[in-house]
Design a protein around this ligand. Structure first.
Ligand code: NAG
Ligand code: NAG
Length: 342
């Protein structure tokens, strides 16, 4: 395989990174959009909602640790399309979950079982949108992240349309990814931080194939990929598979993947040109991205703190509150279309 020359990492002074992030933090506000802390404990009879969710997630996690990346992907797919209104959870022909970008989404069963339990204890109170965010927070904490506060009071939307799904592909360029985040009111630090979720989970070879063999239609590998790593990936992801063979999976972070834990190694691998997905490696194509990756590779606690902030910011995008939307009885159907209530 063709190999590019080794790239030298330009090292920047640590203090500088801290200052830059500090400045960014000063400018980073939490748009709550009507959400509050402990909405269910303070404003409803369902005072134990958060505790109940935590218990359910702990059980699910003990059985299958991959629910952390599964829930993170669900939250992302939900919030960027129509806002955090649980539209991703709705079943039905042409709903968001049927869009090609959402192929392989998982975790619906965990959300369903939490919803089922909550409906039996306090019917019609806790929204599916909030369940998704609270469950994700608990799953992140179990995977070694920070148990951040989740602002709650979201209500569920009525619509879900696959045609509205505009989530970018994993090969998106840094500039396009950043414009996409900006279109939702998020910024470069949110992008650089939320990409850190790729310390967990797996992807399929088809999303990496272009980087190994034909990057951006150049006929060459991505020259931002360490060539030894490319060779290693090529073993799992050959140029052609025998027909009928399923598309193999690779860990998004081969170092921590099997443990399903948050690790700083995601960012050090990006800096070493050993990221798996194109968008992850794109971090090093911008000055801000390099700063963010360097800071988080060395100061892992900062990553956890910013991750909490960034996911809260994402969690307030386009939320429905007050008398908007409804509280679904089943996360898969709006109340008007719930077969059980007919
Ligand atoms: C791929 O090429 C196009 C056109 O030359 C360019 O606009 C885009 O940024 C490139 N993408 C990446 C990930 O480099
Ligand atoms: C899991 O974590 C242990 C201890 O941190 C580490 O030694 C090991 O390499 C990790 N394994 C995988 C597959 O992530």
């Amino acid at each position: 395989m063709w190999c590019s020359r080794e790239r030298l990492l330009v090292l920047v002074v640590l203090g500088l990174w801290a200052t830059c992030l500090h400045v960014a933090e000063g400018g980073t506000k939490l748009p709550l959009n009507g959400l509050v802390l402990h909405y269910y404990r303070k404003n409803t009879q369902c005072t134990k909602a958060e505790k109940l969710i935590t218990g359910a997630v702990r059980k699910a996690w003990a059985k299958d640790r991959s629910i952390t990346p599964a829930l993170l992907r669900l939250v992302y797919s939900d919030c960027f399309v129509r806002g955090c209104d649980a539209s991703i959870l709705l079943d039905g022909e042409g709903s968001e979950k049927e869009a090609p970008q959402n192929a392989g989404l998982r975790g619906f069963d965990v959300v369903d079982s939490i919803k089922h339990e909550l409906e039996s204890k306090c019917p019609g109170v806790v929204s599916c949108a909030d369940i998704l965010h609270l469950a994700t927070r608990d799953a992140v904490a179990l995977a070694g992240g920070w148990k951040y506060p989740v602002f709650t009071g979201r209500r569920d939307g009525y619509e879900s349309d696959a045609k509205m799904v505009d989530l970018p592909p994993p090969s998106v360029s840094w500039d396009d990814a950043l414009s996409y985040f900006k279109s939702r009111g998020l910024d470069v630090l949110d992008l650089g931080t939320l990409l850190g979720a790729h310390t967990l989970g797996v992807t399929h070879c088809r999303y990496v194939h272009d980087r190994i063999y034909n990057f951006n239609d150049t006929g060459l590998p991505d020259d931002l990929m360490d060539c030894r790593f490319a060779r290693q990936l090529a073993k799992t992801c050959p140029y052609r598979y025998p027909p009928g063979q399923p598309d193999p999976t690779v860990f998004l972070n081969p170092r921590s993947g099997g443990n399903f834990t948050f690790e700083s190694s995601y960012y050090s691998r990006v800096l070493d040109n050993q990221a798996v997905l194109g968008i992850d490696q794109q971090l090093v194509t911008s000055k801000d991205g390099v700063r963010i990756a360097s800071e988080f590779a060395y100061e892992f606690d900062d990553f956890k703190r910013y991750f909490a902030l960034a996911i809260s910011r994402m969690g307030s995008v386009g939320v429905l509150t007050g008398s908007q939307g409804e509280i679904r009885r089943s996360c898969r159907f709006t109340n008007a279309h719930n077969p059980k209530s007919k």
